[in-house]
Design a protein around this ligand. Structure first.
Ligand code: ZN
Length: 312
């Protein structure tokens, strides 16, 4: 099979209080917690994964919630906006829901011909609900209060804020196979036709902006999706040839990862579809148990005692 970047795999952000983070994403937004694990480099911190019904790549937003995290600052050199796809006609439902739950949201508007509603999570992470022009047939997770006719389907795009968009666009186009689709003002929309959804990267060019500070309420990195490790290795070589430093393959239990910093300063990851979230839990059970990587299994009791309590 041809080696392709298959859009976004996941986005990882930093949060403060774990309970507040969990409640917001599962209860207010109605996403499914598809995995509850720990930060592999710091097992006293959770790593939450929120996604759609099957935990499909391109729907996964993950958090490291640190109860005492300082507040970060959205700014240049990071991913500054996450756009979620929602069904046509659902924005009124969401606006009412945001009112009921005291969610900080802005005025509904339109960009690239698509309606959106901007809002923030409790840590100030910037998100949008968007009604895409394209068809989105991904299967959403349903809750008591949020049914499929309004439920979030997964990512539509992620936006990067950069001083100069050209070098990063070079990586997207020459290595990852994206094309410039449209431009509105200082906003450049890149898209890959390798997949139908989660296929868009927007670059907001902001030459006078301030640098972001990576802490609570900001994104840590964005991961692009590849089918398997062969495909990942293919891209690793291309990235090395282009002169970037890239890590070796890292086992993240649910996928394999490579990381490199793109020229605009954003941390990019390349993550595989395999082995996926059903590696250690069935589809029905996803997210119901605390899963630990093998190296911490022997310390489970201690880790469970040290992790903040989480009420479901
Ligand atoms: Zn990642």
């Amino acid at each position: 099979m041809e080696n392709k970047i298959l859009g976004l795999h996941h986005i990882t952000a930093i949060a403060g209080d774990p309970q507040r983070n969990y409640d917001f994403y599962t209860k207010v937004l109605g996403l499914r917690m598809v995995k509850k694990t720990v930060n592999f480099d710091d097992p006293q911190t959770y790593h939450f994964y929120f996604g759609n019904k099957t935990g499909f790549p391109g729907t996964i937003l993950t958090f490291f919630p640190w109860p005492r995290a300082k507040k970060g600052k959205n700014g240049v050199g990071m991913a500054t906006e996450i756009g979620y796809s929602v069904p046509e006609g659902s924005l009124n439902f969401w606006q009412k829901r945001f009112d009921q739950h005291g969610v900080n949201y802005g005025k509904a508007s339109e960009e690239f011909g698509e309606k959106f509603l901007p809002f923030e999570d409790p840590d100030g992470l910037k998100l949008k609900l968007i009604v895409p022009k394209s068809v989105d047939s991904r299967e959403a997770w349903e809750t008591e209060e949020i049914k499929a006719d309004v439920a979030i389907k997964g990512f539509h795009y992620v936006a990067l804020s950069l001083y100069n968009q050209a070098p990063t666009a070079g990586v997207l186009m020459n290595i990852f196979g994206y094309k410039l689709k449209e431009q509105e003002g200082n906003r450049f929309r890149y898209i890959t036709d390798a997949v139908e959804n989660a296929s868009i990267i927007d670059i907001i060019e902001d030459p006078a902006g301030e640098r972001g500070v990576n802490a609570a309420g900001t994104n840590h990195h964005i991961a692009f999706r590849v089918k398997d490790e062969d495909s990942q290795e293919y891209f690793r070589k291309k990235i090395v040839e282009a002169g970037f430093n890239i890590t070796g393959k890292i086992d993240r239990d649910y996928f394999y990862s490579l990381y490199f910093r793109e020229p605009g300063g954003v941390l990019f990851e390349i993550a595989t579809d395999n082995p996926g979230f059903t590696r250690d839990e069935s589809l029905e059970e996803l997210g119901s148990n605390l899963k630990l990587p093998e190296q911490y299994e022997a310390s489970r009791e201690r880790i469970e005692r040290l992790l903040p309590k989480l009420n479901r």
